[in-house]
Design a protein around this ligand. Structure first.
Ligand SMILES: *[C@@H]1O[C@H](CO)[C@@H](O)[C@H](O)[C@H]1NC(C)=O
Ligand SMILES: *[C@@H]1O[C@H](CO)[C@@H](O)[C@H](O)[C@H]1NC(C)=O
Ligand SMILES: *[C@@H]1O[C@H](CO)[C@@H](O)[C@H](O)[C@H]1NC(C)=O
Length: 348
């Protein structure tokens, strides 16, 4: 056989071997204790192996759908960083060992989550999420980062089973409402970030957050709250600047804050209304009626609790009925009926 033919055959064999062989990704670098892997593609993934590292960072890769196929390749990885991979669909399945996931700076709009995972820290900021209902099953979460997404409405119930959740970030979304249909208890929550959304009202009457220390409500369009912070007995810091507070309500709130030694660290830099303790308010700002409602609500609830030693649940029903009765005028009649029925039931 002449040499040229030999070379051609050798070359062809090499090419075939190359195509059939698996890509064995290796750590090209280490970053903060993470093994760094590069150039992963959806095409190369099926026939590839990953190093069995506890902490893995995938970079310079494009993986539009990140799911079971990826997680099967990294069965021992507990900490995974998959920032900037143009991920659109994230499917958290077959990753029972995962405790920390950084998947920020992607294009994630679709999210699926298997039950029974043990994730403690989940970073999903800077994505395109409009619906985070799927996160409901992540009951072991301690830190959840959802800021800089496209959330418009949110049911706080989604987090109801996250009894270890300490930190929840929701700032810079487009939230106009945060609803709940039943009392939601988050016994470990310490920090809640809601700043720079589009909230015009926020009803926290059914939130039970006994350890909440820090809440940021700045940069919304709030005129008043349906609370004087009774549901946050541990609160130390409350940011209020850049809102549309009703002055009468704000004065009252500031009184409460002073009595309980709750601080605000930031102030309004400019104000078209009146500055009160460096927070801007508007004397003709949204509806003072709810303020009266609040005072009476607080009194009624306190009174009921004292007098009847009523079960908490029943008080909550009354609270809810009472709030809705006054706020949603169209539902007033119905709510008054409920209220009366309740009173009859508890023998008032
Ligand atoms: C990944 O691809 C880039 C650009 O093509 C290249 O410079 C780099 O060496 C590749 N890294 C690895 C580990 O193959
Ligand atoms: C790999 O990604 C990092 C961070 O995303 C970037 O700084 C770097 O330039 C990229 N390298 C290549 C070879 O593309
Ligand atoms: C959000 O997703 C859940 C399922 O994960 C679905 O049941 C629900 O209807 C979705 N909500 C909206 C507003 O699309």
């Amino acid at each position: 056989m002449d040499n040229r033919l030999k070379i051609i055959i050798l070359f062809a064999t090499l090419c075939l071997l190359q195509r059939a062989s698996t890509t064995a990704y290796r750590c090209t670098d280490h970053y903060k204790g993470y093994c760094v892997i590069e150039n992963v593609t959806t095409e190369s993934l099926p026939a590839s192996t990953f190093p069995p590292e506890k902490s893995l960072l995938i970079q310079n890769s494009t993986i539009p759908a990140f799911g079971a196929e990826c997680f099967r390749k990294i069965p021992v990885t507990e900490n995974l960083m998959i920032h900037h991979l143009k991920i659109e669909r994230l499917n958290l399945v077959e990753c029972a060992q995962l405790t920390t996931l950084f998947a920020s700076f992607n294009h994630i709009s679709e999210l699926n989550v298997q039950e029974g995972l043990s994730l403690r820290s989940l970073h999903l900021y800077q994505n395109m999420l409009t619906n985070v209902s799927a996160l409901r099953v992540l009951t072991t979460l301690e830190q959840l980062y959802l800021h800089d997404n496209l959330l418009e409405v949110l049911e706080i119930d989604v987090f109801a089973d996250m009894k270890s959740l300490k930190l929840l970030t929701l700032h810079r979304n487009m939230l106009t409402a945060i609803d709940t249909k039943q009392p939601v208890s988050l016994p470990s929550l310490e920090s809640l970030f809601l700043q720079h959304n589009k909230l015009t009202y926020l009803d926290t009457g059914l939130w039970r957050m006994p350890t909440l220390q820090k809440v940021d409500l700045s940069g919304n369009q709030l005129g008043y709250l349906f609370t004087f912070l009774e549901e946050f007995p541990a609160l130390k810091q409350l940011e209020l600047h850049e809102n549309r507070w009703n002055c009468a309500w704000l004065y009252k709130m500031m009184d409460r804050m002073e009595i309980r030694n709750i601080q605000h660290s930031q102030v309004d830099q400019s104000c078209e209304g009146t500055l009160f303790q460096e927070i801007c308010c508007f004397s003709e700002g949204a509806a003072p009626d709810p303020m009266m409602l609040l005072i009476s609500r607080t009194a009624i609830v306190d009174d009921l609790q004292d007098q009847l030693g009523c079960q908490r649940k029943k008080v909550e029903q009354l609270e809810e009925a009472h709030r809705k009765q006054s706020f949603r005028f169209d539902e007033m009649k119905q709510k008054i009926d409920q209220f009366e029925e309740f009173c009859k039931r508890v023998g008032l």
